[in-house]
Design a protein around this ligand. Sequence first.
Ligand code: TYD
Ligand code: MG
Length: 455
Amino acid sequence: MVKSNHKTAYYCSDCGSESAKWAGQCGDCGQWNTMIEHNVQKSASSIERFAGFAPQSAIQALSDIEISKVTRTPTGSAEFDRVLGGGLVPGSVILIGGDPGIGKSTLLLQQLCAVSARMSALYVTGEESAEQIALRAHRLDLTTDNLRVMAENQLENILVAAQKEKPRILVVDSIQTVFSDALTAAPGSVSQVRESAARLVRHAKQSGCCVILVGHVTKEGSIAGPRVLEHMVDSVLYFEGDSSNSFRLIRAIKNRFGAVNEIGVFAMTEQGLKDVNNPSAMFVSRHGADKPGSVSLATQEGTRPLLVEVQALVDDSALANPRRLCVGLEQNRLAMLLAVAHRHAGISLNGYDVFTNVAGGIRVAETGADLAILLAILSSLKNRAIGSDLIVFGEVGLSGELRPVQRGVERLKEAEKLGFTRALVPAANKPKSLSSKMEIISSSRLDQALEIFEF
Ligand code: TYD
Ligand code: MG
């Protein structure tokens, strides 16, 4: 009897774990209704290898392996290079996710046109026609002479073209539109996305070509498709920003070749995406900081200090459960900070609605924002401005202590560069010797810090 090479397997669309039987709940991650059927075809080579026909990979001593120097190719944008950790690495796979219309295709087209002057590049588009791409490149006035474009969704055709053309950079826009004939599932389904990504990753590793995959995001904001997609690639970048303003951030969530949480800042203009070289100047508006409820915060994004404006509005509440709302900050953190203010500084916000926001649509997730958030809230509550010359950072602990944050000196330097003359920082962040003329106000307790400002 000839044994078929086909078998059916099920795997979880959430965590990617595989099982031979269908189940209502994934045995690994516990999610319900996520097991999806998928046809697996064992490749002949794997069967042969199993039977001992094909040669195995050699086992080497780690010290004997020759290390080739990682040569990075700078793209046309300093901000994009910063997120990538210094440029594109041969053989690496990068996944870029983001909301529709945020500018993924625009960014990649601009970068590819810039890079294609130095090395061969191929742009595979499954969403737009080649003519649409050409039209956009023409409108953006890009140098298109060396860039090759292919409108294709079929995985095997893409791989054949890549093997024939041997581009050093291959962009696939988007991975959800690519499908393989080997699978019966519809394009965009988890099994298709997983298979297509796996084969493209293999191509990158074998040929040394740098592959950039564009991924759609789900309603919840994560990249559509199985989580394994993020595990397979070397770098995961997220495009952030809202449609109401022109600023766009690219954030590295995972990076095997650079720092994570690094951000690149861009502005969407008539001429496409432009680098923003001094984002701090853009996010702190010096006129806003003079008003009650507004505080300038020195935060840290990856390796870069970033100044932003934290705003708060405290208003009488008509509700039994007053509202606590955050935009760009963490909701749970706000509830915790209000409890600390009550317990350790004697300031009660019962009966008040509290709204907080980070100006410019940026998101701050680090704990170093605590002190600035509390100051902004109190400034709004007392209707008294803090002053536009003050920069604040510091974590607030549950026992009312001010805890130091990382890279305090870099934050102070960035603030000084932008003309701030006073800083409120945790005592442990006070520089021992400061060459600058900045006045440093430091405290190790929240209540002491608030006393200085007579709150
Ligand atoms: P696009 O790159 O197509 O988004 P994605 O690939 O992430 O879906 O971006 C399209 C948006 O960008 C569209 O809303 C128009 C805007 N845009 C500009 O504002 N200026 C430009 O020069 C370009 C090319 C696009
Ligand atoms: Mg697009």
